[in-house]
Design a protein around this ligand. Sequence first.
Ligand code: AMP
Length: 512
Amino acid sequence: MKDENLYSLLASGFPADLDAVCIEAPGAGDYTWRDVQTQTARMANLLRSLDLPEGARVAVHVEKSPEALLLYLATLRAGYVYLPLNTAYQESEVDYFLGDAEPSVVVCASKNREWVGRCAQRAGTGHVYTLDDDRTGTLLDAAAQASPEHEVAVRAADDLAAILYTSGTTGRSKGAMLTHGNLASNARVLHEYWGWRADDVLLHMLPIFHVHGLFVAAHGALLAGAKMIWLPKLDVAAALRLLPRCTVMMGVPTYYVRLLAEPAFGRDTCRNMRLFVSGSAPLLMETFNAFRERTGHTILERYGMSETVMLVSNPYDPALGERLGGTVGQPLPGVSARVVDDAGAACPPGEIGNIQVKGPNVFKGYWRMPEKTREEFTPDGWFKTGDVGRWGGESGGARVPDGYLSIVGRSKDLIISGGFNVYPKEIESFLDDMPGVEESAVIGVPHPDFGEAVMAVVVPKPGANLDEAAMIAELKARIANFKVPKRIHVVSELPRNTMGKVQKNVLRQTYA
Ligand code: AMP
């Protein structure tokens, strides 16, 4: 792997015309490629002037703004390690992250300066700056004094570029250490695989404290020298207005559901689009089909995680195959994926097992957790993703080619009832197909006889009345009794995190 700073790779894609617009932020103005270069140089010089130790972490807990992206790029440029934090995190959570990561610099919103400052002090952080989403903050004031010329710090492929804390639905959240090489290899592969072009326009509505918005979406546009239209978050009305000027959009499944809920959303809105990407959580077959029918576009679903960036993707190029709903596609070039049973033997197509992966994109390990890191790799170097899935099999009643991977769920969500394995996704698919069901989540709850009992939580379609007994009777007629939920709870919505993932841990607590 070539040694280079990831920033240099991204900058190699910037267009020759530096006065072209890189980021168009409605309401906040335009940022040219020259602005990106000079602002990141100033911020990098500011960081450099602080005399931080090698490998210093820069922790960032700010609202999404173009400046927040520039701070990320500046941290790369200066050769330090970027550590984004979800702005939903409160004091006890930020305390844990800062205590664990011991950053040298913390940047936060001015409204949180007091309590984040307390966390920083407890963590021994020497420098605290503020950055707000209206182009103000002490970080920008200080950077304005720094030189706009900066030579990118030399970094080896194996040097850390970022630490992403996993969402940690069980146990302590772990810091996934990603190197310049990990991120650069993935950026290069996705650039080719998804056919990024300089004349693309990306609608960017994802948060940037997460792999999807920060690495997949932003890296893609930057490396292509393509413009981004930058919204602070999902805004359906703005999306309807802006999409006709865009060619690429990336979203979590909820974004697609919300767009489809707008009668005005249709072919005309998408007239210039070439690519819709979905990931971070499973895209329902119903959404995949409804989207194709309404817009004529086939959503491309892909699979990845904080520890690995992107792993598997449905094809963009039709010569490589069809985009199949209910599957995440084929391993990306350079990535190896396998499905194995608990003893480590390869599962034949159609059989469900543990997904393990290898590749230049796979992280270096968990921050200050060498034991945990060792546990999560096999002796021959495969990373255990914690997801279960299968090659081939069936999706939406059609046969899936053997080279396509489908995700069945997280292994910790697997239910063992009376000694039998129950895969929640299978039951959820049956429930979702029932008339009147919008979506569902199947969980295991403690049971005196069976160890765990299967339980379902369903959301009805607007105006639908669901009959628990009738649904259970229908399931009994279609699947083995041990898989049939003992109870079906009807709720108005499922608990989700910001990335659209259903929080099964919350459901398990509620219904235990
Ligand atoms: P994160 O580290 O927050 O990006 O979460 C990664 C996890 O999200 C993966 O391990 C999967 O469980 C899940 N995930 C990501 N993409 C998909 C997808 N397309 N379908 C189903 N689950 C997904």
